[in-house]
Ligand binder design. Sequence first.
Ligand code: ADP
Ligand code: MG
Length: 375
Amino acid sequence: MTANAFQTTHGFTPEGEWAAPGRVNLIGEHTDYNDGFVMPFALPHTTHAAAARRDDGTLRLHSSAKPSHTVQLRIDDLEPGGIDNWAAYPAGVVWALRGAGHDAIRGADIHYDSTIPIGAGLSSSAALEVVTALALRDLYDLPLHPWQLARLCQRAENVFVGAPTGIMDQTASACCTKGHALFLDAQDLNHRQIPFDLAAEGLCLLVVDTRVKHTHSDGEYGQRRRGCEEGAAALGVNTLRDIPYEELDAALAELKDESVRRLIRHVVTENQRVERVVAALEAGDARGIGPLLTEGHMSLRDDFRVSCPELDLVVEVANETGALGARMTGGGFGGAAIVLVADGISDKVAEAITTRLPGARIFPAAPCAGAQRLR
Ligand code: ADP
Ligand code: MG
């Protein structure tokens, strides 16, 4: 389908087609930029790219999500902050790849299709970057593995687009594997693929896209990040990662500012929750992670203060209706929540949520493959 759309837009057959998924984060929120732990898995929703090389220094980009736009750019003219539409993400990837010395890239025609809800906290931006990076890597035969692609995509989003995200989203899209959640240490990118077989345990994980996005979310994200940096500086550590759970009380006792204390408490307890979720899953106790999800939500709501009434409502209704646990996922202030529920009552829980939040879009999700070449 994407290849056909490419043919219609560009007038010839693409050289290949690639896919990169969106993600949900099972646990470990607002921890990646504190060098902590995260645990995303890949969604069945993907962004596809059909692409072909060009040798004239031109990038021609088209997305079915933005049908009125074919964006044409000169790759030698790309500079951070220079593009104020969606094309900044893929152009940023070209800029980051060339900046890392991969100047074999002389241009490309790319058409994108996506089934990832855009702007819902499910990382459509990272999927767009990663699918672009993978296509260019293969087309230009660049010696890059998925972990390096993820880093370059993060650089594209941070520096070229100007959105200060951590490393989780791009790594999830590039490196997740089917049937697993990716336990990732954002400090050194150490990782383990943790089996997360919902069906075998009679479980279902619902993703609830609230379709709400509170407009101040970007500013709040930056504020939380700065608060975490202040907290780390006040405690004389590099990042909040360096505070072990056992030393949390002592660390908090050193600080006066209540809002900074709360940020620190969230990050340190959240890192510990990730480790507890890993331990439960490795012990074959997927049900046991339910209460940890809900605990994580409370911490994001009360200490990190990035939830919103709609996300709180989803968690409350899910738990009242018999879910094993639920939490907001992603940056917060809208976007999505996840609900862990026994198979038999997933319809009942989903119905209860839609009754109270009629705009919500709900789908089940099991861990899918990371980015790959399709043909
Ligand atoms: P999220 O990553 O949670 O979906 P972001 O705000 O980080 O939300 O990224 C959304 C932006 O990414 C969109 O506004 C758009 O610019 C770009 N984007 C994502 N997917 C596509 C796509 N398939 N086509 C065009 N632009 C896209
Ligand atoms: Mg994003």
